[in-house]
Design a protein around this ligand. Structure first.
Ligand SMILES: *Cc1c(COP(=O)(O)O)cnc(C)c1O
Length: 434
C-alpha cells in the first residue's frame, strides 16, 4: 500500500513513512492509493465478524504486502479487545456505541491501532519515537492510554486549559511514565497550531523523532472504518438502506466512513452532525467553505472551527461540491437544542447519551424528517455519558453510572506543565523534559 499527499498526488510514500511522518512536507494529508475495492460481497462476508476480525481482514487488504499475516492478526487482537455494538432504540434507529474501550471514547479505536502499528515498526528503529498530540478532549485520553508503557515511544499531549471535562483531564494527566501533559492557556486551535509548527521546526525534528497521533495521521483513520463495517453487519438484516450519522469536529470519523464506502461498503448516505462549529454543514448547503475561529460549546470534543480532515473529504469527492452534497447531509445544533435532545432521548427511549452522541442522533432525525425515506439510521455514539457526568446529570435529572475504569481516575493526582499559547513557550518546556 502506498500513500499520496493531497497536495501532490504523484508523490507517494510507504505505510511506515506515512505512519511515522503524519504530515507530508508539502503540508497536504496522506491518503491510501490505489484505494482497494474488494467489492460489496466482501463486506457482506465479513460484516458479521468481531471488530478485531474485521480489522484483520481489512488490514490484510491494505498491508498484506508489507506486514506478515501473523503480525497483522496480533496487531488487531491487541488493538481491539472490546466490541462496538449497535444498540437498537427502534426498528429504524440504532446507536453504534464506540465507547467500550479503555478511555470510553471512539478515539480508542484509532489510537490503539496506531500504537500497535508503531510498536510493530519501531522494533527495527533505534531512536525513541516522540508522539505529539493536540486534544480537544478525548484524543488525549485515548492516545495516552493506547501508548502508555509502549516500549520505544514517548508521548506529549497538549490540551486547552479549562476546556476539557475534569475526567477527561484526569485521563491525560495522571498516567505518568512515558506520557506528559502540557496545559495550554488557549483554545484547541492554538494547541493544534503549536503541534503543526513543531512538525515544521527542522531543528527540533533533528533532535527528536517527532510523530503525530492526531486524526491527521492516516493510521488513526483507517481502523475507524472497521466499525462502520461491523455496524453494517449488525443492521443489514433489516434489508433497508443504511444511513450513518457522525457527530463531527475534525471530521476524521466521517472521512473514515466515506473511505470504506468508496471501498464498497453499501452505505446509502451520511449525515454530518455538528454543534455551532458548523463550517461543514454550511459548506454542504452553500458550496462555500469558510473556516472560522472555534466556538466553545457543551459538546467540546467537536469545538473545531477549521477541521483538518475537510481536505480529505473533498479529495474523496474529487473536489466536487455536487458529489459531496449527494452523499452527505449536514445539520448543526446549539447548546440548548443539544440539552433538549439529550432529555428527549432519555424520556422517549430511556437512553442516556453524551452531548456529542445526542447531536448525532438529532442529525439523523432531522434527515429523516426532511427526506421522509425508509432507512435504518445508525448514529455513532462517540463517548460514554459518564465522561460528561455533571452536564448529563443536570439535563436528565438522574445520577449517571460511572464505569469502574473511569471511576478509578477521579482520585488520582493531576500532573501537567502549564504553558502559553505561543509556539516558543511549548518548545522551551518540551526541551526541558527530554
Ligand atoms: C473527537 C470527538 C468527536 C469528533 O470526531 P472527529 O473525528 O474529530 O470529527 C466527536 N465526539 C467525541 C466524543 C469526540 O471525542
Amino acid at each position: 500500500m502506498r500513500f499520496y499527499s493531497t497536495n501532490s498526488p504523484t508523490n507517494t510514500v510507504s505505510a511506515e513513512e506515512a505512519l511515522f511522518h503524519s504530515l507530508p512536507a508539502d503540508k497536504g494529508l496522506y491518503m491510501p492509493t490505489p484505494l482497494p475495492k474488494p467489492g460489496s460481497a466482501f463486506f457482506e462476508s465479513i460484516a458479521g465478524q468481531s471488530l478485531a476480525d474485521i480489522g484483520f481482514v481489512i488490514s490484510k487488504v491494505f498491508f498484506g504486502d508489507e506486514i506478515s499475516e501473523n503480525d497483522l492478526y496480533e496487531i488487531n487482537q491487541r488493538a481491539f479487545p472490546f466490541d462496538t455494538p449497535v444498540v437498537k432504540l427502534s426498528d429504524e434507529l440504532g446507536v453504534l456505541e464506540l465507547f467500550h474501550g479503555p478511555s470510553l471514547a471512539f478515539k480508542d479505536v484509532g489510537a490503539r491501532y496506531m500504537a500497535a502499528m508503531m510498536s510493530h515498526f519501531s522494533k527495527h528503529q533505534d531512536k525513541e519515537v516522540h508522539i505529539l498530540v493536540a486534544t480537544s478532549g478525548d484524543t488525549g485520553g485515548a492516545v495516552a492510554m493506547g501508548f502508555h508503557n509502549v516500549p520505544g515511544v514517548r508521548v506529549s499531549i497538549l490540551y486547552p486549559s479549562g476546556r476539557v471535562s475534569d475526567l477527561q483531564e484526569k485521563q491525560l494527566t495522571t498516567l505518568g511514565g512515558n506520557v506528559q501533559a502540557f496545559e495550554v492557556d488557549g483554545l484547541f486551535d492554538d494547541c493544534q497550531a503549536i503541534v503543526k509548527q513543531a512538525f515544521l521546526d527542522k531543528e527540533l525534528n533533528n533532535q527528536l523523532a517527532l510523530s503525530s497521533a492526531n486524526s491527521i495521521n492516516i493510521f488513526r483513520l483507517i481502523p475507524q472504518g472497521f466499525y462502520y463495517v461491523r455496524a453494517y453487519g449488525q443492521v443489514r438484516d433489516a434489508g433497508k438502506p443504511v444511513v450513518f450519522s457522525t457527530p463531527s469536529g475534525n471530521f476524521g470519523n466521517l472521512s473514515a466512513g466515506v473511505l470504506v464506502q468508496q471501498m464498497g461498503l453499501p452505505v446509502h448516505h451520511f449525515v454530518a452532525s455538528t454543534n455551532l462549529n458548523q463550517v461543514v454543514p454550511s459548506y454542504i448547503k452553500t458550496g462555500v467553505y469558510s473556516p472560522m475561529a472555534s466556538v466553545p460549546t457543551i459538546s467540546n470534543a467537536m469545538d473545531v472551527g477549521a477541521p483538518s480532515n475537510f481536505v480529505r473529504l473533498s479529495h474523496l469527492f474529487d473536489d466536487q461540491h455536487e458529489s459531496f452534497r449527494n452523499n452527505i447531509s449536514g445539520y448543526y445544533f446549539d447548546d440548548e437544542q443539544t440539552r433538549q435532545g439529550m432529555k428527549r432521548l432519555y424520556e422517549q427511549y430511556d437512553y442516556v447519551a453524551c452531548p456529542h452522541t445526542a447531536i448525532g442522533i438529532m442529525g439523523l432525525q432531522q434527515y429523516k424528517q426532511e427526506t421522509d425515506q425508509s432507512f435504518v439510521g445508525v448514529a455513532l455514539a462517540t463517548a460514554h455519558p459518564a465522561k460528561f457526568k455533571p452536564l448529563v446529570e443536570e439535563v436528565i435529572g438522574k445520577p449517571v453510572d460511572v464505569p469502574e475504569r473511569l471511576a478509578v481516575m477521579a482520585d488520582k493526582h493531576k500532573q501537567s506543565i502549564q504553558i502559553g499559547k505561543e509556539y516558543e513557550s511549548f518548545r522551551e518546556a518540551l526541551l526541558q523534559t527530554v
